[in-house]
Write a protein that binds this ligand. Structure first.
Ligand code: ADP
Ligand code: ZN
Length: 204
C-alpha cells in the first residue's frame, strides 16, 4: 500500500478462487497492522465454522483471532468507533449491505481489508464481491494451482452434487481448476445422476 498521510479511509479487496491464498494474504496484512500497534477488528461469517469459531484459519494453517457475524448490519453494530483497521474474510457470505457499509467506514477514515470468492461453483460473479471490487481503492486477484494440470487456477470446482449456492467445505468437496480444466457442468451432471439413482432406488 502507498504511504498515506492522516487517516485517509481506504478499501482493499483480495479476491480469487478457493485455495488461492486469500486468507493467508489477509492474515499477513492484518499482522502487519498489529505490529504497527493499530486498533484492529477482524470479522468472518457465522456460516463458515470449518476450523474455528474465533479465528480465521487458512488452508496452510495461518491463524488470526476474529469475531463471527451473519450480516453487514451486525458488523456495523460490532465496529468500535476507535478501530483503525477492519479485516473481513469470506465477504461473499455477508450480503449486499456490505457495499454501503464499507464505503461509510472508509469515509470515516478507516482502512478496510476484505477477502472473498469472486466467482461461485458455476463460474458466475459471486455478489457482493463485484460491487466491492468497484468501490475499492486497491484490489488483488489471487490465483491457485490447478489440481488437474498445474496451471494458474481462477476457478473453484465443486466435486460433490448440490444445487445450493453455498455448500461450505474444503478439501474433497472443492478444488482449484484453471480455465481449461474447469467443468461447471460436472456439478450439474453429478446432481442429475444422483437424482436418477434415487429414483431407481424408490422404484425398486
Ligand atoms: P483461500 O483463502 O484463498 O481459500 P488459503 O489462504 O486458505 O486460501 O490457503 C492457501 C494455501 O492453500 C496455500 O498457501 C497452500 O499451502 C494451500 N493449497 C492447497 N491447495 C492449493 C492449490 N490448489 N493451489 C494453491 N495453494 C493450495
Ligand atoms: Zn488445468
Amino acid at each position: 500500500m502507498n504511504a498515506m498521510r492522516g487517516n485517509l479511509g481506504w478499501i482493499e479487496v483480495i479476491c480469487g478462487p478457493m485455495f488461492s491464498g486469500k486468507s493467508e494474504e489477509l492474515i499477513r496484512r492484518l499482522r502487519r497492522t498489529e505490529i504497527a500497534r493499530q486498533r484492529v477488528q477482524i470479522f468472518k461469517p457465522q456460516i463458515d465454522q470449518r476450523y474455528a469459531t474465533d479465528q480465521i484459519v487458512s488452508h496452510n494453517d495461518a491463524r488470526i483471532r476474529s469475531e463471527c457475524v451473519s450480516t453487514a448490519a451486525e458488523v456495523q453494530t460490532k465496529v468500535d468507533l476507535r478501530t483503525e483497521v477492519i479485516g473481513i474474510d469470506e465477504a461473499q457470505f455477508l450480503g449486499d449491505g456490505m457495499v454501503d457499509l464499507v464505503v461509510r467506514l472508509a469515509d470515516m477514515g478507516k482502512r478496510i481489508i476484505i477477502a472473498g470468492l469472486d466467482t461461485d461453483y458455476l463460474g458466475r460473479p459471486f455478489h457482493p464481491m463485484p460491487e466491492l471490487l468497484a468501490v475499492a481503492d486497491e484490489i488483488q486477484k489471487t490465483l491457485a494451482i490447478c489440481m488437474q494440470c498445474g496451471n494458474p487456477a481462477k476457478h473453484t470446482q465443486r466435486l460433490i452434487a448440490s444445487e445450493e449456492l453455498v455448500v461450505v467445505g474444503a478439501e474433497g468437496m472443492y478444488e482449484a481448476r484453471c480455465r481449461r480444466c474447469f467443468e461447471p457442468n460436472l456439478a450439474a451432471e453429478e446432481i442429475r445422476s444422483k437424482k436418477k439413482a434415487e429414483l431407481v432406488a424408490t422404484v425398486k
